[in-house]
Each structure stands twice: as structure tokens, then as C-alpha cells.
Design a binder for this molecule. Structure first.
Ligand code: PMT
Length: 222
């Protein structure tokens, strides 16, 4: 039965943006809406999997009965939640747009307006997919994303290797109707064993189903 081909599988999905606090009223973030991650989550749920969302701050309607949800804000919190779930998961999908940098210190009070320029020192954030990739166990499948603006395939393939992914889903931040916010996306999915498929411009729902089909073609799938 196609509808239950993921029954018995536990799936972790990181999704949405992260927010990195500057002071009690401000943060650094990005344009991720969480739509891509939710579409993947619904596809897995619809095909029988048990789905665990590690959810950055989003404004989406999510039925809490459908998923096990851990809501987080910062990259550090997202890492902590994902790391806790990771050992029990069969499949992990890293669709979150994690901030690569965060303010080195969070000001305890609202920062006052300066006379002219001001600067904020940033520290490097943990790379969640990279860290969990180091402890991927045999049989576990990791699916990464790459959001690029230039030399896209080259960068995506480098991330596939570096982060120990089985599949990487490349989307372009430059392409019309693709990437952040849209209900549509166009992805190229590269597998570690050298396959590539191009979705064309389709709904994020269809991209979700396509990712599941590709997961089943990985050599690790049982
Ligand atoms: O949420 P939407 O509005 O629907 O938009 C969807 C999306 C564009 C956010 C999504 O399709 C997407 O591309 N997500 C990944 C965005 C991203 O941060 O890509 P990246 O190339 O910077 O990161 C590469 C991979 O490492 C990703 O799997 C990312 O989740 C992961 N990563 C990156 C940095 C970090 N500190 N920790 C990570 O786990």
C-alpha cells in the first residue's frame, strides 16, 4: 500500500527559521516560512510515519495532533532538541534555515540608539546537520537542503559530502516561485550514489512526495 510505505518509521524534521536574540526586543533571522518543512512533514504523516518536528518560529496552521512538536527559537535550542531526538530516528530531514551566526552576547537591556553607526559582534552557530551527521548510525537516512544563489550544484554537492547527507535537495534563492515563502518550489535532488532529479516548478506538496520517493531509492532504505 503506497499510503503506508513509511509505517513504523520515525522521522525528524527541522523546519522554519531560527531567531538569534540581539537584546530583549530584537533578533537576527531570515525569510523561512516553514512551508517546505510542513509539506514534507505532511507527506511522511500521510504515508504512515511518526513525525517529530523541531520547529523554528513560524506563522503556520499546524494540527498539533498530527506531529510531535518541539518549538524552538535559536540555533542552539534547535540543536539541543534535534540532538535529543536523533538517536531514535530512522530518517532526518534538515529543512530549517538555521542562522549561521548569532550575536556574541545578548544585551540584557534594550540597546539604546547610537549617534551614528553601531556594530554587533557575531559568533558562529553550531551546524546542526553537520554535528548530527557525525553520529549518523548505519541504516539512518539524512536528507539535507541547500539554498544557494550562485554555483548552485557545486555548493550543493560539497554540502552533501561535508554534512554526510544521503540526499541533498537544492533550491535556488534566485529562481521565480522557488525557495522562501512560496507555495511552490523547484528542486534538484542529488543522491550520494550519483542520481539527480529535477522537479521542475511544482507545489511544495509535490516536492514533499518526491523527497519521500527518493528516500526509498537510497541504498540505505530497508
Ligand atoms: O520555509 P520556506 O519559506 O518554505 O522555505 C524553504 C527553504 C528555502 C527554507 C528550504 O527549502 C531550504 O532550502 N532550507 C535550507 C536553508 C538553508 O539554510 O540552507 P543552507 O544551504 O544554508 O544549509 C545547508 C544545510 O545545513 C540545510 O539542510 C540546513 O538545514 C543545514 N544547517 C545549516 C546551518 C546550520 N547552522 N545548521 C544546519 O543544520
Amino acid at each position: 500500500n503506497q499510503k503506508s510505505d513509511f509505517r513504523g518509521k520515525k522521522v525528524l524534521i527541522t523546519m522554519g527559521p531560527t531567531q538569534e536574540a540581539i537584546d530583549p526586543v530584537r533578533f537576527i533571522s531570515n525569510h523561512s516560512s516553514g512551508k517546505m518543512g510542513l509539506a514534507i512533514a505532511k507527506a511522511f504523516k500521510g504515508r504512515g510515519a511518526e513525525v517529530f518536528l523541531v520547529l523554528g518560529p513560524v506563522f503556520l496552521q499546524i494540527n498539533p495532533g498530527d506531529f510531535s512538536i518541539t518549538a524552538v527559537k535559536s540555533a542552539d535550542e534547535m540543536y539541543e532538541a534535534a540532538n535529543k531526538l536523533h538517536p531514535k530516528m530512522d530518517i532526518c530531514v534538515f529543512s530549517a534555515a538555521v542562522a549561521d551566526y548569532a550575536p556574541a552576547q545578548i544585551a540584557p537591556e534594550k540597546i539604546k540608539k547610537q549617534d551614528s553607526e553601531m556594530s554587533i559582534l557575531l559568533k558562529k552557530n553550531v551546524d546542526i546537520a553537520f554535528e548530527l551527521g557525525k553520529s549518523k548510525r548505519p541504516g539512518q537516512i539524512h536528507v539535507g537542503f541547500a539554498l544557494e544563489t550562485e554555483r548552485e550544484e557545486l555548493h550543493a554537492k560539497a554540502k552533501l559530502d561535508k554534512k554526510n547527507f544521503d540526499l541533498i535537495v537544492l533550491n535556488s534563492a534566485r529562481e521565480e516561485g522557488a525557495g522562501f515563502q512560496h507555495d511552490t518550489n523547484r528542486v534538484k535532488i542529488f543522491s550520494r550514489d550519483g542520481r539527480m532529479i529535477d522537479s521542475g516548478l511544482v507545489s511544495k506538496t509535490e516536492v514533499g512526495e518526491l523527497i519521500l520517493d527518493e528516500v526509498k531509492k537510497t541504498p540505505v532504505w530497508i
